[in-house]
Write a protein that binds this ligand. Structure first.
Ligand SMILES: Cc1cc2nc3c(=O)[nH]c(=O)nc-3n(C[C@H](O)[C@H](O)[C@H](O)COP(=O)(O)OP(=O)(O)OC[C@H]3O[C@@H](n4cnc5c(N)ncnc54)[C@H](O)[C@@H]3O)c2cc1C
Length: 421
């Protein structure tokens, strides 16, 4: 397909997204008589975040007729996938499952990046650094060696030589991956949904009610009284899963409040932009500060990865706190002293939708043979979107017999004890 026709088909896809929303809102305003049953789909996916969008895409690649629904739109402002940027890395300690999934996903991110008008993937490189020889680091090196994946180790002198804009006191060494970097989160999901629609999938804006009954679910209903029927249903509702299915997932998914800060960089100085600075994370016994170089002139991003307080994705306060700002400024003073007093340019409050230990949830609903639950991204899910979507699509379609035990509902605890970083 030529580039002109790609642009046209993407425009058509975006126009059809808008048209579908308008039709639905007309229905919601009463212009459409009574509940309308539409049963043209093989699969309905509820939730157009990174997990739902890649699942819908993969179901469609199996030649299914797929409907993707979202209450507010793909990667909207309050969705966990709605932020500006997300790190991607394969550094996961001894954890081969997530190491492999992140590695497999990179190919798809590159493909998507080639489809979008602007980059989805900025291959800035990823640097994780440590103040002592933690098992997370030595295990990561062993895992990468075993799986044949590249991972470099640099001592403090090498780090200081490469990144003189950072202060390296107390750091022993760093692990570096050249091929990974930052994913532009909102752009990625919205591009993927447009690709899905351009390829024949349907997207509609609709707030879906919880499934009721048991056995084979016959359909899902939206707030406007429309019923959507299909052979199978995937609920990929991120931090809303505990509200949608309170008995089942209320005790098993823990949304927490997470603050993100962007700072202005010094004028005329490109040292905090790629390629001079990679995506980075400092790991100290599981505590992580992480951030991105100044991507697309948006500012230098920094966040503390420690789980914040419990958070309601609908009504939670989304103004960042003074304490949070003071905390990251203290960190900047230690590692990025030139930025410690720089003006704050932007803040965001998002939520992690944590499972008890950080493992994803990809499993059948215990009461319905044709309903699948997908979530528990737990602050590290975005990078795995393509692999999770492929896996969920194969599971829902019966191409895979049973979920990986770690993704099962049965393995989801009710007490938070973070293990996956
Ligand atoms: C601050 C922050 C930083 C992060 N950093 C990273 C990182 O560096 N690297 C990384 O890999 N991951 C990171 N993550 C994690 C990652 O972003 C999430 O795990 C991932 O985006 C979760 O996607 P999701 O599709 O499950 O949820 P969401 O993106 O929240 O999507 C769920 C969708 O379901 C829809 N929905 C809910 N209920 C209904 C309903 N009843 N009807 C219709 N639609 C409904 C919602 O509107 C929403 O759009 C970070 C997360 C945050 C918050």
């Amino acid at each position: 397909m030529g580039s002109k026709s790609v642009v046209i088909s993407r425009r058509k896809a975006l126009a059809s997204l808008a048209g579908a929303s308008a039709a639905l809102s007309a229905a919601a305003q009463g212009r459409s008589p009574g509940p309308r049953v539409v049963s043209r789909w093989d699969s309905v996916v509820v939730g157009a975040g990174v997990f739902g969008a890649w699942t819908a895409w993969n179901l469609q690649r199996q030649r299914q007729r797929v409907l993707l629904l979202d209450a507010w739109g793909p990667a909207h402002a309050r969705a966990s996938s709605g932020g500006e940027s997300r790190l991607t890395r394969t550094i996961y300690g001894a954890d081969r499952v997530y190491t492999r999934m992140a590695a497999q996903s990179l190919t798809d991110w590159r493909w998507l990046s080639g489809r979008a008008g602007l980059p989805v993937l900025h291959p800035t490189g990823i640097l994780m650094f440590f103040s002592r020889n933690e098992s997370f680091a030595t295990d990561s090196l062993a895992t990468h060696r075993d799986l044949g994946l590249p991972l470099m180790q640099w001592d403090r002198a090498e780090l200081a030589r490469r990144y003189p804009q950072m202060a390296w006191e107390g750091v022993e060494f760093g692990l570096y991956q050249a091929d990974f970097g930052a994913l532009m989160a909102r752009r990625a999901v919205q591009t993927l949904v447009a690709e899905f629609v351009a390829a024949g999938g349907e997207y509609r804006q609709a707030a879906v009610a919880p499934p009721t009954g048991s056995g084979a679910l016959g359909g899902v209903r939206d707030a406007g009284g429309n019923e959507y029927t299909a052979q199978r249903y995937v609920f990929a509702c991120g931090p809303w899963l505990p509200k949608l299915l309170p008995e089942l997932l209320g005790p098993r998914i823990f949304p927490t409040r997470q603050e993100v800060f962007f700072f202005a960089t010094p004028p005329g100085d490109a040292c905090f932009q790629p390629p001079h600075l990679p995506g980075w994370a400092e790991f100290t016994s599981g505590d992580i500060y992480y951030g991105m170089p100044d991507l697309e002139n948006r500012g230098f991003k920094i966040a503390n990865d420690t789980h914040g307080p419990a958070f309601d994705p609908d009504s939670g306060e989304r103004r960042a706190s003074r304490e949070g700002e003071a905390d990251v400024r203290r960190y900047l003073q230690r590692r990025f002293p030139a930025l410690a007093a720089q003006p704050l340019t932007e803040t965001r409050v998002c939520q992690y939708e944590n499972s008890a230990n950080g493992d994803f949830l990809i499993d059948r609903h215990p009461d319905f043979e044709n309903v699948w639950l997908l979530g528990g991204g737990s602050g590290h899910g975005f990078k795995h979107g393509p692999a999770v979507g492929r896996y969920a699509a194969e599971l829902a379609s019966g191409l895979l017999a049973a979920p990986e035990p770690r993704f099962s509902l049965a393995s989801k605890g009710t007490v938070q004890r973070r293990e996956v970083h």
